[in-house]
Design a protein. Sequence first.
Length: 329
Amino acid sequence: MSDFPEAVEFHEEGVREGFQMEPVTYPREQRVALLNALSQTGLRQIQVGSLVNPRKVPQMADTLELFAEIERNPAVRYTLLWLNESGYQRAREVRGAFNHAPLMYYLTDAFAMRNNNRTAMDMRAEQEVWLDRYLADGATVQKVYVMTAWGCNLGGPVSLDTVLDAFRHAIGLFRERRLPLPPLYLADTMGWASPEEVKRRIGAVRELAPEAKIGLHLHDTRGLGGANVYAALSMGVSLFDSSVAGLGGCPFAGHKARQTSGNICTEDMVFLCHELGIETGIDLEKLIEAARLAEDIIGRQLMGRVMHSGSLKAFRQGKAADGACVSVP
């Protein structure tokens, strides 16, 4: 039996995840225009960029300037990603940026070292420090991320026991402090997930903490993104990270083809939800226009499908273009 949620919330990450994977830095005014377009679609959260070492990710070097130039929609939470003390301090100094305090767990040393210059266990130990730091600074933890929750290109398969061990640690930190649990996110950082295993791991995490919301950060690296979303929806999951036009990918994940490492495509997954009768609060037609703008900026055909085919709205209203394909008996 499927147990679809009544409503789903998508957290948009394309401008951060997508542009960090490109070999060039696109003009800031173009990225501002894309952020402004996304702000008018009904999305409730948009990640603007990351505060990381500009020598390693030069595409994010002007993130604070980008954050300052967007036209804020008061209905949208704009977030920044940080991975260390330096990034955290920079975020705290920016008005409106200090609103996204995550805990992050790595499951393989290879990825932890490449992405954060720490072992996985070092990163785990630091999460308790970060949680107390957030509490002292008046920040609310928005998410607990367990990365490479199905497998890692650099470290190999990741067992369910390893995933659950990380979540147990995080859950323990909150319960010891008598704090409500934030959403618990399984992140398929490198595109290893498959539908049945998605359901299995969601079910196992839910058994650990029935009171917590579960979220997913999925990639469509190997073409199973939509199937994995459907599997998660059937388990009642209502929180997803996604990227406009299917942009995305981690530059330190060892992908063989950078252009196919993208996140699940926001407009494609919104279309899926609408077809299932699930509310998203998103104007799909405006989101499609934003996806096409992203493609214009990048300068090549992107991975999204609905942005190229269009939604079914015009066909259902009998207003399809004259050039639409017609079946011949």
